[in-house]
Ligand binder design. Structure first.
Ligand code: AQP
Length: 333
C-alpha cells in the first residue's frame, strides 16, 4: 500500500461468465484506476451464495474470474486481488453491521425486489442481507471510492448510511465511501431489450455478450440487436435506447468518443453499424480470452495470487474489525 494514495474497492461475483456490461462498468475501468489508487478487488463468492450455485461450477468460475481480472490488465503486483471467503472479517463485520441496519431499508432495495421476483422459490436471508455484506466489504478497507455500475448505486448509498450511523453511535471509525460512476458505460443494456440492464444471468443469452463468446457468436448477437425504425445513428437514450446502447458499446471498445462514432456512421445503415460494433468488441476480446486461457493453465500462479491477496487483505480487514469490536464493547484478551 502506497502512503498518501486513496483507497478504491470493488468486486464482481463468480456467478456466471461475465458480460461486456461487467467489463465496461467494472473491470475495464479498474484497469484505468489502478495506478492512481490503492486498490482492493475481490471475487465476491459469498455474495454469489445468495442464489443457488453448483459447487463445482462456483469453484471453477472463481479461478476463471481471477484469470479474467488479470487478463483484462488488473495487475496483482499493484492491486490486492483476493477471494472474499478467504478473509473471515467480511462475515464478522457483516454480522455487526446487521444490527445497525433496518429490515425496512433492505426490503426497499431494488436488487432485492428484482431478485426475489426472479427466484421466488428461494428468497433467503442472504439475498436480503446482500447490501450489508457489501457495506462490510467496503468499510473493512477504509475505502474512499467504489467504482461500480449504476445498478449498485443504491447499495453504495446504504453503505454510506450504515458507516455514518456507526460513526455517530460510537466515534469516527469508518471512512464514508463515495461511488464512482462512469459518464459513458455505467449501464450497458440488453441487446434484445435495451431498456433493461445487460445481466450475466439473463434468461435469453442472445441479448447478452459474454466475455468468452467467439467472434461469430458476437457478430450474430449484434446483428439481432433491437434498434428502431428511424434509421439514424444518434445518441438519444430516451428515444433511441437500442442505438444509444450500441453507440456506447462501440465507443468503449473502439476508444472513440460518442460524437466521433456518430460522425463515423452518419448516413450509414444499421446493418453496417451493427457489424462494426460486433467487430470492435470481438477484436478487443480475442487477446483477453487467449490470455485468460494461458493463465488458467497455470493454477499454481493463480493460487499464489490468491494466497498473497488473502494475506494482504486480511491484515487491513482484521485491523478494522478489531477496532470495531473494541468500540462496541466486545471483550478482548
Ligand atoms: N450492464 C451493466 N452495465 C454496467 N455495469 C454493470 N455491472 C454489472 N452489469 C452491468 C457492474 O459489474 C460489477 C460486477 O457485477 P456483479 O458480478 O456483482 O454482478 P451484478 O451487478 O449482479 O451483475 P449481473 O451481470 O446482473 O449479475 P447477476 O445476473 O449474477 O446478478 C458491478 O460493479 C456492477 O455494477
Amino acid at each position: 500500500m502506497e502512503e498518501g494514495k486513496k483507497v478504491l474497492y470493488s468486486a464482481a461475483q463468480p456467478t456466471n461468465t461475465l458480460t461486456i456490461g461487467n467489463y465496461i462498468g467494472a473491470i475495464g475501468n479498474w484497469v484505468k484506476l489502478q495506478d492512481e489508487y490503492n486498490c482492493f478487488f475481490a471475487i465476491a463468492n459469498m455474495h454469489a451464495l445468495t442464489v443457488r450455485q453448483v459447487p463445482a461450477e462456483l469453484r471453477r468460475r472463481t479461478l476463471s474470474l481471477l484469470a479474467l481480472y488479470i487478463a483484462c490488465g488488473v495487475d496483482p503486483e499493484k492491486c490486492v486481488l483476493y477471494l472474499q471467503s478467504h478473509v473471515s472479517a467480511h462475515a464478522e463485520l457483516c454480522w455487526v453491521l446487521n444490527n445497525y441496519t433496518y429490515v425496512g431499508e433492505m426490503e426497499r432495495m431494488t436488487q432485492f425486489k428484482d431478485k426475489s421476483a426472479k427466484h421466488a422459490d428461494n428468497i433467503n436471508m442472504g439475498l436480503m442481507d446482500y447490501p450489508v455484506l457489501m457495506a462490510a466489504d467496503i468499510l473493512l478497507y477504509n475505502s474512499d471510492y467504489i467504482p461500480v455500475g449504476l445498478d449498485q448505486r443504491q447499495h453504495v448509498e446504504i453503505a454510506r448510511d450504515i458507516a455514518q450511523r456507526f460513526n455517530n453511535a460510537y466515534s469516527p471509525t469508518f471512512t464514508v465511501p463515495e461511488g464512482i460512476y462512469l459518464k459513458v458505460g455505467a449501464k450497458i443494456n440488453d441487446l434484445l431489450d435495451p431498456t433493461k440492464k445487460m445481466s450475466k444471468s439473463a434468461e435469453n443469452p442472445n441479448g447478452v455478450i459474454f466475455l468468452d463468446d467467439d467472434k461469430d457468436t458476437i457478430i450474430r448477437k449484434f446483428k439481432r440487436a433491437v434498434t428502431d425504425s428511424d434509421a439514424s445513428i444518434k445518441y438519444d437514450p430516451e428515444n433511441k435506447a437500442g442505438v444509444s446502447n450500441l453507440l456506447t458499446i462501440y465507443s468503449v471498445f473502439s476508444g472513440k468518443s460518442i460524437k466521433e462514432a456518430e460522425s463515423e456512421f452518419a448516413g450509414r445503415g444499421y446493418g453496417e453499424f451493427k457489424l462494426a460494433v460486433g467487430e470492435a468488441v470481438a477484436d478487443k476480446l480475442a487477446p483477453i480470452q487467449a490470455e485468460q486461457a494461458r493463465l488458467l493453465a497455470d493454477k499454481a500462479y493463480l493460487d499464489g495470487v490468491l494466497k498473497s491477496g488473502a494475506e494482504r487483505a486480511g491484515r487491513v480487514a482484521d485491523k478494522t474489525l478489531a477496532k470495531v469490536y473494541r468500540k462496541i464493547g466486545f471483550y478482548q484478551i
